[in-house]
Design a protein around this ligand. Structure first.
Ligand code: C2E
Ligand code: CA
Ligand code: CA
Length: 771
């Protein structure tokens, strides 16, 4: 909380103000106090003067009276004649006339002639020392333990015959009298080290008790004295006698001189408190006036940062206003840049259409809730066009095509360029066949590139969708598959077919998993025996591949061989097969030296000119004679690039490897054409064999084929014999060997070895049994 700007402001202001007020207050109070003290001392001075005045008045009174007495003839006579009674009565009368408490008479030698107070030698001694000269003396003296203001006057006749004195008691009534004038309490103190100091005072008895112990060194405190706090007076002390044994103390109570000071102090504290409160309120309001717009600004900035719709606070005329407008400018530039970035991120720079990223962003929402049609367009052989016209013209062509797509009616929800020559259109309705044809036709008219008219072949894949039928990536894959089909057909329109997607997925899985599967034992070879009809012996077999996939289960070779051929992976399989089979042949050399095993080749294998060499080195490596290996190729594989294939086949045949034409009868080629092929054998397709015993045509075809093949010097194998009934037809037609479930299904290695042994050792020839 103390970190906020507001509290910092408040604290700073309050601290500064407090400091200022404390300093001012301190200075004011200090001078006030000094001033008050000065005034107090002034009052003490005045009181002291009044006090002195009173003493002086009394002294004058005494002097007058005593001088009159000393000059009185009768009195002098009485002294001279030593009339004790007269002297005493005259003294008495005179004294009481002026209310003197003391009246006395003594000789110059110090003998006491008369006195109304008992006096001891000490008193007399003090008295004598006071009368040093011949004139009148005024002093304050202790006599009989009492302090007196005393006047002593010489009595002459004309020589000095005696001293006469009168005195007033210095006591509480005197003090009360002066207090009546000055308003100050007055104390008198007699210092006496033996019997202790004695105090008479107008102060209350309790205060006197407090005061007395503090007066021990009153002599050293001559002047103005402050007593301890429990006795709250300032006091002016004043010695009364020459010996400084008698002192008068004038007391001014603290509360009197301090009262106004204290009142001022109280007022100052009040002012201080009020000022502080005022400062707090002002500081709070001021700080708020700064911190409120600041926190509004901060919220504004945070909103901008988070990309929320931020409303700027009102722009004031001060620095905060400047800051606000800076932030507003910033907000606008950020928005502009964001807009620009979004534009760049979502659009294709060449055509201005949406890009793939934008499509992936928008599709999910649309697919979730709407129905419509997704179209993917592709220019057939655009690469060729690009190569011929140049990249710049190719780009222009793409832009022209994009324009036509953009202007098409009904308008698409969006058009996008996915990459290269691939475009996507999304319609929020299910387009009719007519609408699709119209769209296709609208793209047909020639495109004008630098005054040359270019015609494009376009393939369009179509995927009509309903809400919630699948993810965006599924939709894109489906429309892509459809477009692929249209492309393969050389252009035009193709709809996505239900299930195509799953097939595609399965193919992708197979392509992905094949290389790993070859090394991990998922693939293995089975062998299907071929039986010679003439001898009823088995000297050959066909090797067939198998794949047990961990997720997809058993996959037919028809399926994954086709996939591998499509994806260009077939050579992986062929090489693996050749190696596995040749390795196995090496192992069988001892037990079955005459066994020949055929491996199937695909079209791509036959185009590979290194194939004969690879096979040669494998045979060499495993010490297997070339005559133990056979290869099967289909008619269609041979037809593709005849010269290359024939060259390869020639090399293989020269190596003494047996070559067979597989699936004979399913292609278009004639036997006459095959004549020029360097092969040893033809395998009549299962289609002609499987129903031979019931289908006359098949029997005729097989019979004719065998005759012709034999005429051309080929051996003939019939594939797919399943039952005994067909066997006699095959034998009748002159077939050399038969392969089929009738003799055995394809067998795993160990089972095949066992089958060979059992077959050789069997008792009755199969055909005998059948007939
Ligand atoms: P294919 O080369 O014509 O192989 C003969 C197919 O016919 C084998 O099917 C075999 O099991 C089957 N067959 C044999 N006798 C009978 C029978 O009496 N009745 C029936 N219904 N079928 C019989 P398979 O093993 O499923 O192979 C299918 C095709 O896959 C093969 O046809 C071949 O074209 C291809 N293939 C198999 N292995 C390989 C290979 O290693 N490499 C290549 N390139 N293709 C292979
Ligand atoms: Ca075959
Ligand atoms: Ca075949």
């Amino acid at each position: 909380m103390f970190n906020s700007l507001r509290s910092k402001w408040i604290s700073l202001l309050v601290v500064l103000l407090s400091l200022l007020m404390l300093l001012t207050g301190y200075a004011t109070l200090k001078s006030m106090r000094a001033n008050s003290l000065q005034q107090a001392e002034q009052s003490l001075n005045v009181a002291s003067k009044v006090f002195q005045q009173a003493l002086d008045t009394r002294a004058a009174q005494l002097t007058n009276s005593v001088s009159l007495l000393a000059a009185d003839f009768g009195f002098r006579q009485a002294i001279a004649t030593a009339e004790q009674a007269t002297v005493e009565s005259v003294l008495q009368n005179h004294g009481s006339r002026i209310n003197a408490q003391l009246a006395l008479l003594f000789t110059p030698k110090g003998e006491l002639l008369a006195s109304n107070a008992p006096m001891d030698a000490v008193d007399l001694g003090r008295l004598m020392s006071a009368t040093g000269s011949n004139s009148a003396v005024t002093d304050t003296l202790l006599i009989d333990g009492q302090a007196y203001q005393l006047v002593v006057v010489p009595v002459r006749a004309p020589a000095l015959i005696a001293w006469v004195g009168m005195g007033f008691l210095v006591d509480v009534p005197l003090a009360e009298q002066i207090k009546g004038i000055t308003g100050l309490d007055i104390s008198f103190i007699q210092l006496n080290s033996q019997s202790g100091n004695q105090l008479t005072s107008t102060l209350p008895a309790q205060t006197q008790q407090l005061l007395l112990p503090q007066l021990n060194n009153v002599t050293s405190l001559a002047g103005t004295t402050h007593f301890a706090s429990d006795f709250s007076f300032i006091t002016r002390s004043k010695p009364l006698d020459n010996e400084q044994q008698l002192w008068a103390l004038l007391h001014l109570p603290d509360d009197r001189w301090l009262a106004s000071y204290q009142q001022l102090r109280r007022q100052l504290v009040e002012i201080f408190a009020f000022g502080l409160l005022l400062a707090l309120v002002a500081a709070f309001m001021f700080a708020r006036s700064i911190s409120k717009p600041l926190s509004q600004l901060s919220k504004f900035a945070t909103d901008i940062g988070q990309g929320n719709a931020a409303v700027p606070p009102a722009i004031s005329q001060d620095e905060i206003g400047v800051l606000t407008s800076t932030l507003v400018n910033m907000q606008h530039s950020i928005a502009a840049r964001e807009q620009q970035l979004r534009q760049q991120a979502e659009h294709d720079a060449l055509t201005g259409l949406l890009n793939r990223h934008a499509v992936e962003q928008r599709l999910p929402g649309i697919l979730e809730t709407q129905h419509g049609t997704l179209l993917q367009l592709n220019i057939i052989q655009f690469k060729h066009i690009n190569d011929t016209l140049g990249l710049t013209n190719g780009d222009t062509l793409l832009q022209l095509l994009a324009q036509r797509l953009g202007h098409h009616q009904p308008a698409a929800v969006f058009c996008a360029r996915l990459n290269g020559d691939e475009f996507l259109m999304l319609f929020n309705e299910t387009l009719t066949e007519q609408q699709l044809v119209d769209l296709y036709r609208s793209l047909q008219p020639a495109y004008n590139i630098q005054n040359s008219l270019i015609n494009l072949k376009i393939a369009i894949g179509i995927y009509p969708f309903e809400p919630g039928q699948g993810s965006a990536s599924a939709a894109l894959r489906r429309v892509d598959l459809a477009q692929e089909n249209a492309s393969q057909a050389g252009g035009g329109i193709a709809f996505y077919q239900h299930g195509q997607d799953e097939t595609h997925q399965r193919e992708l899985t197979m392509i992905r998993d094949l290389p790993g599967a070859l090394n991990s034992g998922q693939l293995y070879v089975v062998y299907q025996p071929k039986v010679e009809l003439a001898t009823e012996q088995c000297h050959s077999a066909e090797a067939l591949i198998r794949w047990q996939h961990p997720q997809l289960g058993f996959i037919s070779p028809v399926e994954f061989i086709a996939t591998a051929e499509h994806s260009g992976n077939i050579s992986l399989i062929t090489q693996w097969m050749l190696k596995t089979v040749i390795k196995q042949l090496a192992a069988w050399q001892k037990d079955y030296p005459t066994l020949r095993v055929a491996v199937n080749l695909s079209a791509a294998d036959l185009l590979d000119q290194s194939l004969p060499e690879q096979i040669g080195s494998l045979l060499q490596q495993y010490q297997v004679p070339a005559s133990a290996l056979a290869l099967e190729v289909t008619e269609s594989a041979v037809m593709q690039d005849t010269n290359k294939v024939i060259a390869n086949l020639n090399t293989l045949k020269a190596m003494a490897i047996n070559l067979a034409i597989d699936d004979f009868g399913t292609g278009q080629s004639s036997l006459a054409y095959l004549k020029q092929l360097p092969v040893n054998e033809i395998k009549i397709d299962r289609a002609f064999v499987k129903d031979i015993e019931t289908n006359n045509n098949d029997a005729l075809i097989v019979g004719a084929t065998v005759k012709l093949a034999h005429g051309l010097g080929f051996k003939v194998t019939a594939e797919g014999l399943e039952n005994l009934a067909g066997l006699s037809y095959l034998k009748e037609s002159g077939c050399d060997t038969v392969q089929g479930y009738f003799f055995s299904k394809p067998l795993a290695t160990a089972d095949f070895s066992l089958w060979l042994t059992n077959f050789a050792a069997r008792e009755k020839p199969t055909m005998e049994v059948s007939e």
